[in-house]
Design a protein around this ligand. Structure first.
Ligand SMILES: Nc1ncnc2c1ncn2[C@@H]1O[C@H](COP(=O)(O)OP(=O)(O)OP(=O)(O)O)[C@@H](O)[C@H]1O
Length: 645
């Protein structure tokens, strides 16, 4: 076995001194409502029930009237049959306990028995039908709330995503709010089912003998109280443990993840991660045992009290029987009713607890939708078919929660047929200005005019159709190579404009795509079967192909070649040259690529500080020349860093 290296088992950690060597985790945003339930008493929760039920039913009603009516109506009908079944059972017992020969008694009991059997069968059928209606309703609700959310998030203005509060609310609405809508309705139906069950049983018992009702309440109550206590204890405990469990998931994810595998080996982090993981596991197991112990105690106390209460019920029933107040048949039915009441009460109690928490999270979803809807840009209505010039007039943009303007009173003109370049140091505002020209942001000052018309008055969809942006922070869409390029104008069926393959060739992406296992039909996401990943530069070629495929009148290229090799960069820039029908706004730090631009605009701290062609700016001196010469020096033969000291 020489040469086989066996992984050394990690050393077991010492008993924890402190909790962990890792720093504290902040609370995840999806549990910000969780403490609220823990700190709200059961009766406060119960008091809010009517409003919550109204909310859930109106959501369900708006989604499907038929299934809502069926879910609730069939449950109520099942309740009526519960009452009928109990009354018929009393009738059966009454006949059976009567005096006379057994065959006669059985014969006399038969009609009531038939009614009782029909009631049980009917109730079963109605419950199944109600369950079916409920099962149909919940996915429809999920679909409705998801559709509402995504229709809104995909329409809000881009600037909303820069607002940290908005982004967080969106995450919350998406993570919990969506899921809770279905639960809200499910729990409401369960609550109604439970309450109907309790009412049905109480009604039957009251009809049989009014004195039986208080006995039933006293006997069933301890179990309901135990159920509330256990549910709450579990919730509080879950809250207390959630941070540790997240840390455990995080550590587990680090150790079983293809992205971290190399670094963990390079830095020999295995022992450290495993010992932290063991520590978390040990603390977690201890906490779980603590909960199990506490729940066992609660259950034991609850069961004992329930036992005593049930015994009390027997004593009371016995006394009523002996005193001749209640018939034997009625007393026997009361015992059957107790079982049914307990089950229904437990269902109602659990549903009440969950309903409250569901409603808190669903409210987040509602609040977010209201807020997001207000941020959908209204836009103008004037049609746009193209442009001859776009005038940017003293335009500014200040991002939310920032003190300085990212773009500060900038004026320039983009003409059709021109290539203009935006250059400047990192953070000088080039990307922001490009996004303003593209209409992705609305200026916080100044005006942008398309052929003299304020862009705010133009139809935003038609304006967007004139613009293509090759952005520097693109996303790896999990589609095939072809779909990734066609996404540039997914609704173009034939018609003018380059084909997918032409766009790919122009962006130096065709050869690379052809070499993929399924060529243009290769899925570019490793999460899918047969999916592939591309290198950063290969992805950038694909993004450039998408931009060219869009074939827009205004092409904005933000660092289109940052990850490209020299050959691909050269090929791409051949296609970003002047074109009579198109204006190109080019942002790049590689100043050799802007030499041939019609105009070079130099930005510094959000302001436009120089403008002109390459020769003019070089003759002028200033920031452009300084940056150009610095970069050019790196390419000069024999240039070397001065030696230290
Ligand atoms: N979404 C944002 N929210 C808040 N501030 C932002 C946001 N995007 C950019 N900024 C800030 O605005 C300023 C201009 O950024 P911008 O991305 O426009 O610069 P840039 O010239 O394109 O930089 P680079 O050359 O590094 O790409 C920077 O100070 C940046 O920190």
């Amino acid at each position: 076995m020489a040469g086989v290296i066996r992984p050394r088992p990690p050393s077991e950690p010492e008993e924890p001194v402190g909790e962990t060597t890792l720093p504290e985790l902040v609370d995840p945003h999806w549990m910000h409502r969780a403490t609220e339930l823990a700190h709200t008493g059961f009766w406060s929760v119960a008091r809010r029930l009517p409003a919550l039920i109204r909310e859930a039913i109106s959501l369900a009603w708006a989604t499907s009237r038929r299934d809502t009516a069926a879910s609730l109506g069939l449950n109520v009908a099942a309740g009526v049959l519960t009452t009928l079944g109990l009354l018929a059972t009393t009738g059966v017992l009454h006949q059976l306990f009567a005096a006379g020969p057994t065959p006669d008694r059985i014969r006399a009991a038969l009609p009531a028995l038939a009614v009782a059997a029909a009631a049980v069968a009917g109730r079963g059928a109605l419950t199944i039908a109600a369950g079916w209606a409920q099962a149909r309703l919940v996915p429809q609700i999920n679909f409705t709330v998801e559709r509402r959310l995504f229709e809104t998030t995909s329409a809000v203005e881009l600037a909303a995503f820069d607002d940290a509060g908005f982004a967080e609310e969106m995450d919350r609405a998406r993570d919990r709010g969506l899921a809770e809508a279905g639960s809200l309705v499910n729990d409401t139906v369960n609550l109604v089912t439970g309450v109907v069950g309790v009412i049905a049983t109480a009604t039957a018992v009251t009809i049989i003998h009014p004195l039986l009702l208080p006995c039933l309440v006293v006997a069933a109550a301890p179990e309901a109280v135990t159920a509330v206590r256990m549910a709450r204890r579990q919730h509080v405990d879950w809250l207390a443990r959630i941070t540790r469990r997240r840390r455990k998931w995080m550590l587990g994810d680090l150790m079983a993840n293809r992205h971290t595998a190399a670094e963990i080996r390079v830095y020999q982090m295995r022992d450290f991660l495993l010992s932290e993981y063991h520590l978390m596991t040990r603390l977690e197991t201890r906490a779980e045992l603590r909960l199990a112990r506490a729940q066992t105690v609660t259950r034991a106390i609850g069961l004992s009290i329930t036992g005593v209460a049930t015994f009390g019920l027997y004593v009371v029933l016995g006394a009523l029987l002996v005193g001749g107040v209640v018939a034997l048949a009625a007393a026997a039915t009361a015992l059957l009713a107790l079982q049914s009441a307990r089950t229904s009460l437990r269902t109602a109690v659990f549903a009440t607890n969950s309903l409250y928490e569901d409603a808190l999270y669903y409210q987040d979803y509602r609040d977010f939708l209201d807020r997001a809807t207000r941020r959908i840009p209204a836009g103008g209505h004037l049609p746009v078919a193209g442009f001859t010039r776009i005038d940017v007039e003293r335009v500014s943009l200040r991002y939310p929660d920032t003190d300085t303007a990212a773009v500060d009173e900038v004026s320039l003109t983009v003409r059709r047929g021109e290539v203009i370049a935006l250059v400047g140091e990192n953070g000088s505002g080039k990307t922001t200005l490009a996004k303003l020209i593209a209409g992705l942001y609305r200026p916080t000052g100044g005006t942008i005019r398309w052929d003299g018309v304020d862009a705010a008055e133009l139809d935003p969809r038609q304006t967007a159709a004139q613009v293509a942006v090759m952005s520097q922070d693109w996303w790896k869409f999990p589609f095939t190579a072809r779909q990734n390029i066609r996404a540039g104008r997914h609704d173009r069926a034939g018609g003018p404009g380059p084909s997918v393959e032409t766009a790919a060739r122009d962006a130096a992406a065709h050869d690379m795509i052809s070499e993929l296992p399924f060529g243009y039909d290769t899925l570019l996401d490793r999460q899918f079967k047969n999916g592939q990943d591309l290198s950063g530069g290969q992805w950038q070629r694909l993004v450039a192909a998408r931009g060219l495929y869009r074939d827009a009148r205004l092409l904005i290229c933000d660092e289109p070649s940052a990850a490209l090799d020299a050959r691909a960069e050269h090929a791409l820039f051949q296609h970003l040259r002047r074109h009579p029908d198109r204006a190109v706004v080019l942002i790049t730090h590689r100043l050799a690529n802007v030499r041939h631009a019609d105009r070079i605009l130099v930005m510094d701290h959000g302001r436009l500080v120089q403008s002109g062609d390459h020769d003019t700016l070089m003759a002028q001196g200033g920031l452009y020349r300084e940056l150009f010469e610095l970069q050019a020096a790196g390419y000069l033969a024999g240039s070397a860093e001065p030696a230290d000291g």
